[in-house]
Design a protein around this ligand. Structure first.
Ligand SMILES: C[S@@+](CC[C@H](N)C(=O)[O-])C[C@H]1O[C@@H](n2cnc3c(N)ncnc32)[C@H](O)[C@@H]1O
Length: 400
């Protein structure tokens, strides 16, 4: 991740800002474009829209991730004010006596006492000085962006933290914070303000509340895949350090309950009734196929040690996404263009035809055409894989 601003915090973006900007520029050749990303994450699409001169809305349900996206929108604010604020935090931290006893276990296992003392002092200095100005919000982002760099713990393939695995090179907090100030300032200086300020909504893609009806004509997004990735857990390190949560158990209430149900942690056994979900009329376009897949998953789980509730996850995921398609129809003018960067999945080796089902749900919601452009194959190198179902990823283009 080398692009200015986008590089400030690593997050599973789904696609590059350069690609999103190219899509938006191409669409703009036919007239003014208003973009929506209903799963905007750390803000890639909104920043790309602004760089392409287009107005945009972004919706993000994860409170911490929405905070990151909002801070990035401040990239065009006064650089000198940001630098002065961050340097004040840096200076104040030097006079603060650290106190590390209260940190949760995860944090203690990710930092030695000296490092934790230094980042604690930075956090306390920030807490004393914060004032909700753009400079303050950018400094918050800077602070959370150094947390993984200064930890000896490794992060797993998708950003979960592995305290038991260590990295070879670790940067000291003082150096990381100072380097961060220069990187942020450099990127802010380099970014030219080309379009209207994006509108970020900390909300729910299932309703698109806050986006006026018929106001959008281009949707570019990468929704969660039904592949058991836990977006709540992805920011556990940062949220634990900042005091937003005390441990894994808090993630359900502070984050997961707001999100599309794409991992089994969303749906503990008996938390929902499968037959009731499947009978929802909004799933009628895919009813017979999804019912078969969910029943197969309900059976196969009984043969597996973890007994994961993928049967409930798949049903709830498509119920949630059917609502997303209906809400997109409400906010999209006619005609509009939609691009979903999406992949299929195969929990417990049972194939879930995500792309075909999305096509059906999109057409049932009132869009008129759907076309899939495959960009890569997945799960084709069998080594270390849990199952041998070939999968793919690509762009689902919907119009109407
Ligand atoms: C693949 S990521 C998108 C990443 C994004 N392209 C970026 O640049 O960071 C999917 C995002 O959808 C968010 N999400 C999940 N459920 C949501 C919901 N109901 N409404 C809005 N956002 C949601 C997750 O928190 C996650 O950040």
């Amino acid at each position: 991740m080398k692009l200015p601003v986008h590089r400030w915090l690593r997050y599973s973006a789904g696609y590059s800002a350069a690609w999103a900007e190219a899509v938006i520029r191409q669409a703009s050749l036919n007239g003014p474009v208003t973009v929506l990303d209903p799963f905007v994450g750390s803000g890639t699409t909104m920043l790309a829209a602004q760089d392409a001169g287009a107005a945009s809305y972004g919706i993000e349900a994860h409170p911490f991730v929405a905070h990151v996206a909002q801070a990035k929108i401040y990239r065009h604010t006064d650089v000198a004010e940001f630098q002065a604020f961050a340097e004040q935090v840096e200076a104040k931290a030097k006079s603060i006596t650290a106190s590390i006893d209260h940190y949760p276990k995860l944090i203690k296992s990710c930092y030695d006492d000296e490092t934790l003392g230094q980042i604690d002092a930075l956090r306390r200095a920030f807490e004393l000085l914060k004032d909700n100005t753009p400079a303050s919000e950018l400094t918050w982002l800077l602070l959370v962006s150094i947390l993984r760099k200064v930890s000896h713990a490794n992060t797993a393939q998708w950003q979960y933290v592995l305290p038991s695995k260590s990295k070879k090179r670790v940067t000291s907090p003082i150096v990381a914070f100072a380097e961060g100030i220069s990187t942020f300032a450099k990127d802010m200086n380099a970014s030219v303000n080309l379009g209207p300020e994006p509108i970020l909504i900390q909300g729910d893609a299932r309703t698109c509340e806050g986006v006026p009806s018929g106001s959008v004509n281009l949707v570019v997004t990468s929704p969660p895949y039904p592949n058991n990735y836990d977006y709540a857990d992805a920011t556990r390190l940062e949220m634990s350090f900042m005091g937003d949560i005390t441990g894994w158990g808090d993630l359900q209430n502070t984050v997961r309950r707001f999100l599309v149900r794409s991992c089994s942690q969303h749906v503990p056994p008996k938390s929902v009734d499968l037959e009731t979900i499947l009978a929802d009329p909004i799933l009628a376009p895919i009813h017979d196929e999804i019912a078969e897949v969910c029943r197969d998953l309900a059976e196969i789980r009984l043969t597996k040690g973890g007994k994961k509730t993928y049967h409930l996850m798949v049903a709830c995921y498509f119920l949630d996404m059917a609502h997303v398609w209906n809400s997109l129809r409400r906010v999209c003018a006619s005609p509009s263009q939609i691009c979903f960067v999406i992949g299929d999945s195969a929990p417990y080796g049972i194939y879930v035809p995500v792309i075909q089902w999305f096509e059906k749900l999109a057409l049932a919601a009132g869009f008129t055409s759907a076309r899939f452009e495959q960009t890569r194959e997945r799960n084709v190198k069998w080594k270390n894989r849990k199952h041998r179902v070939p999968l793919c990823e690509g762009r689902l283009w919907v119009e109407g």
